[in-house]
Design a protein. Structure first.
Length: 93
């Protein structure tokens, strides 16, 4: 695949990345419930759109982390578990 080409991934005409974003709409709420006082969200990278991908943004207490590499191994593991849990349970909306 050449530079700048996109892989066309769709389910019934809806881009898979968009479906994932919809499924993860509750990610922050689940994260805050499991780790009180903290928050996380999925969002497109700065100055880009959903089709460019999603990033996990993390707030520990009152501090937003710039990168997941700033987290400890346990904190990163917790994010993965919560993200997988969110994907496992479809939103009722």
């Amino acid at each position: 695949m050449g530079e700048g080409e996109r892989v066309s991934c769709a389910h019934n005409g809806v881009p898979v990345l968009y479906l994932i974003w919809l499924l993860c709409s509750d990610f922050g709420g689940i994260f805050a419930e499991l780790l009180p006082g903290n928050f996380a969200k999925l969002q497109p990278p700065d100055n880009q759109d959903l089709m460019d991908g999603l990033e996990i943004k993390v707030q520990l207490g009152s501090v937003w982390k710039q990168s997941l590499t700033e987290l400890s191994g346990g904190q990163r593991y917790a994010h993965v578990v919560i993200l997988l849990t969110t994907l496992s349970y479809p939103s009722p909306t």
